[in-house]
Design a protein around this ligand. Structure first.
Ligand code: PLP
Length: 283
């Protein structure tokens, strides 16, 4: 596999980053994951807009050059012959050549990209529906910034898997925030799609935005508001969204069946429409 590090395209075993890199020592880095269908990037501009916001919220001096990043994404997709999969981009604040909590403004950012070939459209998980377990959300309270500080989400996902589930949804003050690496939704008994409103408590999902637009076009009712775990148990359907899993139906939460315990019609329809619409506008 060919990867990209700071201006160079290299075989993955030759790519190097300093041990003093701040993303390694302090998780001082941000990232984006863009999916690839038919060799083209899905919602690339959406991801770059969020990247710019993450960089700015953390006060990075590095400014993303979107045209250059597009060129690198495309080059890696081409070199690695990716027709379906992902491009991972990480920008670290870089290295000051030592370990120091205080950030120095003049550290040159570390820019790393790599690809992953993966079947996205055909998904056994989406076909059977996910099993979810709920856990407290004890992350730092800036979950809107897409940092590489993913340890808690990673521990939860591992624990959920050890208990036979597929993923974890997090709960803050009694209300669902989001999944370990996706946004969370329910469909109420009267067919209203409910998802938590944007704030510092959740990542502003690029897929979330696109899926809410699809819902609007299908004239489905959407409410962006807080919802409880009890509302999840009582829901007709549930699903999650992310760039890599699109719309993924939920079959069970905390051992309780959602609806009849199979993917619901609204989630399935949104998955189809999302794929169709975003495939058509991929670049
Ligand atoms: N929430 C969290 C915590 C995530 O890590 C992700 C994606 O990685 C999402 C939501 C979904 O965001 P997107 O649709 O932009 O992939």
């Amino acid at each position: 596999r060919t990867v990209y590090v700071n201006g160079d395209y290299l075989p993955e075993n030759e790519a190097k980053v300093s041990i003093f890199d701040r993303s390694f020592l302090f998780a001082d880095g941000v990232y984006e994951v863009t999916s690839v269908l038919d060799g083209k990037l899905i919602d690339f501009n959406g991801h770059m807009t969020r990247l710019a916001r993450s960089l700015s919220e953390l006060g990075f001096t590095y400014k993303a050059d979107i045209d250059e990043l597009l060129e690198i994404h495309r080059e890696l997709v081409k070199r690695n012959d990716i027709t379906e999969g992902l491009v991972y981009l990480q920008i670290s604040r870089g290295s000051a050549g030592d370990r120091d909590f205080a950030i120095k403004d003049d550290t040159p950012a570390t820019v790393v990209l790599f690809t992953q070939s993966k079947s996205l459209i055909k998904s056994p998980l989406a076909e059977r529906g996910q099993k979810i377990l709920t856990y407290p959300d004890v992350r730092w309270r800036r979950s809107d910034i897409k940092t590489v500080q993913l340890l808690y989400a990673s521990l939860l996902k591992t624990e959920a898997a050890a208990k036979g589930a597929d993923d974890a949804w997090m709960v803050l003050d009694g209300y669902v925030t989001e999944g370990s690496s996706n946004n969370a939704y329910i469909v109420t008994q009267d067919n209203v799609i409910v998802t938590r409103q944007l704030s510092n408590d959740i990542l502003h999902g690029i897929t979330r935005k696109a899926v809410l637009k699809c819902a609007e076009e299908l004239q489905l009712k959407v409410e962006e508001r807080l919802f409880t775990v009890d509302e999840v148990y009582a829901a007709k359907e549930a699903f999650s969204t992310s760039a890599s899993a699109f719309v993924c139906p939920v079959a069970e939460v905390d051992g309780k069946k959602i609806g009849d315990g199979t993917p619901g019609p609204i989630a399935k329809r949104l998955r189809e429409i999302y794929i169709e619409a975003n495939r058509a506008t991929a670049i």
